[in-house]
Design a protein around this ligand. Structure first.
Ligand code: SF4
Length: 405
């Protein structure tokens, strides 16, 4: 067993999870809660040559209890050991301490941890009512099979969030954790997710000052995207989950019945055209549909000018898929390598916005460690570096609230 590079380790932790040695976290706060369909795990971070990698490691699911990885504490420092290696490979890591504001309440008395969750370096907030697909019971459940949102919203998350609660939580996250990006997501909403999210977007832009992302079901009325862009949205992501239409239908019955795949594709193409290359993303799940379909999805998303956000399937406890196996490491390395290669081939700018590291996925910039060195790669990375430097003042301006110096 050879030592894994940072991206390989991140992928293997997503695929195999991790056990925690007895007593190792006794002085640590509880596991970080994460929203949306991906469950909760332990937030770790570790250093890579050019960046810090954030990873939300599965620790509660059945497969994690069999993992060769073990979190240990030695002389006050944390390590992940790999028990498959002779003499045990040790990877130094940091266990992320949940933010202090998780313990506080907004002035309306709502616990801030029920309003937003820190996921890596950004603030994620679910808005609106619990996704409508979760309440449709007949003739069969319509929620996406892998999703845990219906298990969280109204339980570990406040049922509906007021704009003021969201603003207060975002201000705390900006001040205390240096958050630069607030991401809103939602499921099926009466009237459409874009309308539900708009007042929150405007409030963050006006009263907090941060980059804002929106991930809701697509609207067939594309003019609604113009309105949200005018309100200040910096990024849209489109979760269509599967390229293969049969898998989309079987695993996302609500989305298939209400929309089909085409509105996702149309909205992705429209917003990419309006906002420019690399600003928006197509989000898919890897490890359920055949890998060739996932690879096709990656190239399709970059062909539209978006970057792929690829979640490694996690059979989250309590969901309809909790007994499915977690994906193979080898397949996921292939998938994530293709993410970087495809962005490089299409010249998609990645990693330009400041301080956005997502712990629930392998970020496209993490995947650089999976692609061998070449002139093409060097030129792409040099171009990204120059673009990032040039984009600095632009992002600084986008992160100011009204009246902020
Ligand atoms: S649309 Fe699907 S993934 Fe999104 S919240 Fe609803 S059931 Fe979950």
């Amino acid at each position: 067993m050879e030592r894994l590079n940072p991206a390989e380790l991140e992928i293997d932790l997503f695929c195999k999870g991790m056990r925690i040695s007895d007593g190792c976290l006794d002085d640590r706060p509880k596991l970080a809660r994460v929203r949306a369909g991906l469950g909760s795990g332990l937030e770790l971070k570790f250093s890579a040559p050019h960046k810090t990698i954030h990873v939300n490691v599965p620790v509660q699911e059945a497969f994690a209890l069999e993992s060769p990885y073990l979190l240990e504490k030695r002389d006050g420092n944390f390590f992940v050991s790999d028990e498959r290696s002779e003499g045990k490979l040790l990877y130094p890591v940091e266990v992320v301490v949940p933010p202090a504001w998780y313990e506080r309440k907004t002035t309306r008395g709502v616990p801030m941890e029920q309003v937003g969750a820190l996921q890596g370096t950004y603030l994620g907030i679910y808005v609106g009512k619990v996704c409508g697909f979760w309440s449709a019971k007949a003739p069969r459940p319509m929620n996406c099979r892998f999703c845990a949102t219906g298990l969280n919203v109204g339980v570990s998350e406040a049922e509906e969030k007021s704009v003021d609660d969201v603003v207060e939580t975002a201000l705390a996250a900006k001040k205390e954790n240096g958050v630069t990006f607030v991401h809103f997501n939602s499921g099926d909403q009466v009237g459409g997710g874009l309308d539900v999210v708009e007042p929150y977007v405007r409030a963050i832009k006006e009263r907090v000052g941060a980059l804002v992302g929106v991930q809701v079901l697509p609207s067939k009325d594309l003019s609604k995207y113009d309105r949200l862009i005018d309100a200040g949205v910096d990024h849209f992501s489109f979760c269509y989950e599967f390229q293969n239409p049969d898998y989309f239908k079987d695993y996302c019955p609500g989305k298939a019945a209400a929309l089909g795949q085409q509105p996702f594709f149309d909205a992705m193409a429209y917003t990419a055209e309006k906002m420019g290359k690399g600003r928006n993303s197509g989000e898919i799940i890897a490890g359920i549909e055949p890998i060739e379909d996932t690879l096709e999805a990656i190239d399709f998303i970059t062909s539209l000018g978006c970057f792929p956000t690829v979640c490694i399937f996690r059979p989250v406890k309590g969901t309809a898929m909790e007994n499915q196996p977690s994906p193979s490491y080898e397949d996921m390395v292939r998938v994530m390598r293709r993410v970087f290669e495809s962005c490089m081939e299409k010249g998609i700018p990645i990693g330009l916005a400041p301080n956005i590291e997502v712990s629930l996925v392998v970020n496209p910039t993490d995947a650089r460690y999976l692609v061998p060195s070449s002139l093409k790669k060097k030129l792409y990375l040099a171009r990204l570096k120059a673009m990032k430097a040039m984009a600095g003042p632009y992002f600084k301006g986008r992160m100011k609230a009204i009246g902020e110096e």
